[in-house]
Design a protein around this ligand. Structure first.
Ligand SMILES: Cc1cc2nc3c(=O)[nH]c(=O)nc-3n(C[C@H](O)[C@H](O)[C@H](O)COP(=O)(O)OP(=O)(O)OC[C@H]3O[C@@H](n4cnc5c(N)ncnc54)[C@H](O)[C@@H]3O)c2cc1C
Length: 343
């Protein structure tokens, strides 16, 4: 009927790490998953994450290379820091496709514009649902449309990357103002290629020159680019009766910019809770409350990492070297990792 708004049990806005994780846990019900890109077609990150998480969601086929240590470069020193949790680089498309195969949702390729009169408004029509989940990344399209000021542009980092042919076996971070001030650079090897990137904690988008210089210092040329903003400020994960998951809720960690693992784990938990709501085991209110508690439990850690992120640019090179040296000592690294890891 003309003008009738189609109703779903659950609408999930955004079909990347967080959205696909939420959807994978909802086995019953009528679900609509919406994204402006085809699933897995729009990589924005270096896709470095934990092997455990990738295996937990059955996406090990997407693993490109694994690492047992981080290598930190300062102006004049290179330090290997072993990490108790094995990391890997993944093929974004493969990961998303594998995770997407686990859901029963209808997929709509459309641009989401916001919420109007409780309907989700998209370029492909308007839709209603009892349960709405915003997984649209840093611009949190739905949460921001019902709560003005939800996205604080002062709390965004910006990163840009290129993947070029290059062989390496180390996951490298660079804290060196000659490469980028108030930020970091990285090289994440894949298989025969590596993702070279630079990121600005200040959200500076004019960093292409920094990337080009960084890449050319390895005798290479910048290829195709990708990247974008990410929010490093943990935010309210429940807005009205909407779940907000992943980068949309600021679940990317400050300092390292690691957000994939957390988006997936928070998404899985959110999906489990929603399934219990659909099964009438708990009310929606109780589900929202449970998710909120879970998502905010690392608040202090975010605050500590944010403090470190703010202090980092002011540290002298010798101080950076002293920190790296400390972290290269096994037991110290283990303790630091425990604080960092959390989930
Ligand atoms: C350059 C860079 C490198 C990074 N490297 C790493 C890394 O190596 N490891 C790591 O753990 N984290 C990394 N991050 C952070 C990581 O990318 C995020 O934490 C992660 O992508 C968050 O996942 P998400 O699903 O919440 O959001 P996103 O991955 O941002 O997904 C949001 C989805 O919503 C869709 N969407 C957004 N707006 C709309 C709209 N209006 N209509 C329809 N669809 C919409 C998008 O198309 C997208 O598919 C990096 C970030 C950047 C910018």
């Amino acid at each position: 009927m003309k003008g009738e708004i189609k109703k779903y049990d659950v609408i999930i806005a955004g079909a990347s790490f967080a959205g696909l994780a939420v959807a994978s846990k909802i086995k019953k019900g009528n679900i609509l998953l919406i994204d402006r890109h085809e699933i897995g077609s729009f990589q924005s990150s270096a896709c470095g994450t934990s092997v455990k998480m990738v295996k937990d969601v059955g996406c090990e086929e997407s693993i490109l290379k694994t690492f047992d240590a981080l290598t930190v470069h300062t102006k004049n020193t290179v330090t290997d820091i072993s990490i108790p949790l094995q990391f890997c680089t993944i093929d974004y498309k493969k990961f998303c496709k594998k995770l997407a195969a686990q859901n029963n949702a209808d997929f709509l390729k459309a641009t989401i514009r916001g919420i109007k009169d409780s309907a989700v408004v998209t370029s492909g029509g308007d839709f209603n649902a009892d349960i709405i989940v915003d997984c649209t990344g840093w611009d949190a399209v739905l949460a921001a449309s019902v709560e003005k000021g939800y996205v604080d542009r002062e709390m965004l980092s910006f990163g840009i990357e290129t993947e070029v042919p290059y062989e390496d076996n180390k996951l490298r971070f660079f804290v060196d103002p000659d490469i980028i001030k108030n930020g970091a650079a990285w090289i994440f090897p894949c298989n025969g290629t590596a993702r070279f990137g630079v990121g600005s904690y200040a959200g500076d988008t004019q960093i292409l020159k920094n990337l080009e210089k960084f890449v050319s210092s390895y005798g290479l040329k910048t290829g195709e680019l990708h990247g974008g903003f990410f929010c490093y400020c943990l935010k309210e994960p429940v807005i009205k009766s909407m779940f907000v998951v992943g980068c949309a809720a600021g679940q990317t960690l400050p300092l390292t910019g690691e957000g994939i693992r957390r988006s997936v784990y928070f998404g899985l938990r959110c999906g489990e809770i929603i399934q219990r709501v659909l099964d009438n085991k708990i009310s929606l209110e109780r589900g929202l409350e449970e998710y909120r508690k879970y998502a905010l439990k690392g608040e202090k850690r975010y605050a500590d990492l944010l403090k470190a992120q703010k202090k980092l640019p002011a540290l002298a090179n010798w101080e950076l070297n002293a920190i790296c040296k400390g972290l290269s000592i096994g037991p110290v690294a283990k303790k630091a990792w425990k604080i960092y890891e959390g989930i």
